[in-house]
Design a protein around this ligand. Structure first.
Ligand SMILES: [Zn+2]
Ligand SMILES: [Zn+2]
Length: 382
């Protein structure tokens, strides 16, 4: 696919074949790629330095068709899931398993590491919404897909499952806790599902899109609430938690949050801050004193208005990061094998890669009850 500017992407039948540029590279023929909610931030023109002509896609699996001279862990023919983080495996941060914060893979920034198909802010790497993709540091990230695993499950292990799981993990959920998840997209739904694994007693998911709330209620067996129907969400959460607030809140919305006109104006339309911070406001103001707010929703690097005084005065711990996919994969592969998590149930749409423009429009406009779209390249054989 090829980005032409905000709200415009199209298939590019003449895209050049990627080449090995470094001995640690591999070339992967893509078998599945997904469109992510965070791809919509790119599509809507909200991510700095998203260049016309770039290829998105950080959720993909594929078959290795070529390896660089320095590759030891992969061979041609391996079918691999490729974490969305690009990580060198050797720097001080990778050695702490902070694979989302690699210091080598993104020379453009000192915060996030490299990410496939996520603008030059995240390193300028071409993404996997393509037939072929170059995978740097290919001995570090890719994991061979077990024979028993459905490729539809595998592709969701590259971002959705680890990010949802890490959201719950960072939230420090204790047995008996009440968890509130803001955002009923695939990540929020997965975070709600995973909250039970840490012993939550009650999980409430909040959004304003009814079909997603219905899906979340069914898939994650949680309570689902439309914030348009409850007045002030902060008051609502206090009301249902004996006035104390939720034990933990998870922000799975990020920079395009609806629900507050001023925040939308500042963050989405005027771009005077790193996104609309409505969900984060609600999370901070509705978590209990001493509680934890876990952020996996994506925000821009610029300053944003958040009620930091409330964070201090309530003694809130804020934890946030891009998921460390590689760290979590062994555990999550086992969860899929055991049937604890069924990722592929999130997939509602399968679209040929050639129709990528329509697929983005459908997902962006939340048409046809879309939860998760998988793009199938013409050369994919499974
Ligand atoms: Zn994603
Ligand atoms: Zn590194």
């Amino acid at each position: 696919m090829n980005y032409r500017g905000p709200y415009r992407v199209r298939a590019d039948k003449n895209a050049p074949m990627p080449e090995i540029l470094h001995p640690q590279d591999a070339i992967v023929r893509v078998l599945r790629s997904c469109i992510c909610g965070s791809d919509l931030h790119l599509y809507h023109g909200l991510v700095p330095d998203t260049r016309v002509g770039s290829t998105f896609g950080h959720e993909f699996i594929g078959e290795v068709v070529e390896v660089g001279a320095g590759i030891e862990n992969l061979k041609v023919g391996d079918r691999v899931m490729v974490p969305f983080n690009i990580a060198c495996g050797k720097c001080a941060f990778c050695r702490q398993e902070l694979y989302g914060n690699c210091h080598e893979s993104n020379p453009e920034a000192t915060a996030v590491g490299g990410i496939f198909g996520y603008s030059h802010t995240a390193g300028g790497y071409a993404g996997g919404q393509a037939e072929y993709v170059r995978v740097p540091y290919a001995d570090v990230g890719p994991v061979v897909i077990p024979d028993w695993m459905d490729p539809d499950d595998a592709v969701l292990l590259t971002d959705v499952v680890p990010t949802g799981y890490q959201a719950a993990e960072m939230a420090g959920i204790q047995p008996g806790d009440t968890v509130v998840v803001f955002g009923a997209g695939p990540i929020g739904i997965m975070a709600a599902k995973c909250s039970w694994l840490f012993g939550a007693a009650r999980v409430i998911i909040i959004d304003h899109v009814d079909y997603r709330l219905e899906f979340a209620e069914r898939y994650a067996q949680c309570e689902a609430v439309n914030f348009r129907s409850i007045g002030d969400p902060v008051v609502f959460i206090k009301t249902v938690t004996d006035s104390l607030g939720a034990d933990v809140c998870i922000d799975a919305v990020g920079c395009e949050a609806a629900g507050n006109t001023m925040n939308s104006l500042l963050g989405r339309y005027l771009m005077l801050q790193g996104g609309s911070t409505t969900a984060l406001h609600w999370a901070i103001n509705s978590v209990k004193k001493g509680g934890i707010v876990s952020i996996v929703g994506v925000y821009g690097p610029t300053n944003s208005l958040v009620p930091i005084g409330n964070v201090l005065n309530k003694g809130i711990t804020i934890r946030a990061n891009q998921a460390s996919v590689k760290r979590l994969l062994p555990k999550l592969i086992q969860h899929v094998k055991d049937g604890v998590i069924n990722p592929k149930e999130l997939i509602t749409h399968r679209v040929p890669l050639e129709e990528v423009g329509d697929a983005y429009h459908l997902f962006s406009s939340k048409l046809d009850d879309c939860i998760k779209t998988v793009l199938i390249p013409p050369s994919a054989s499974i």
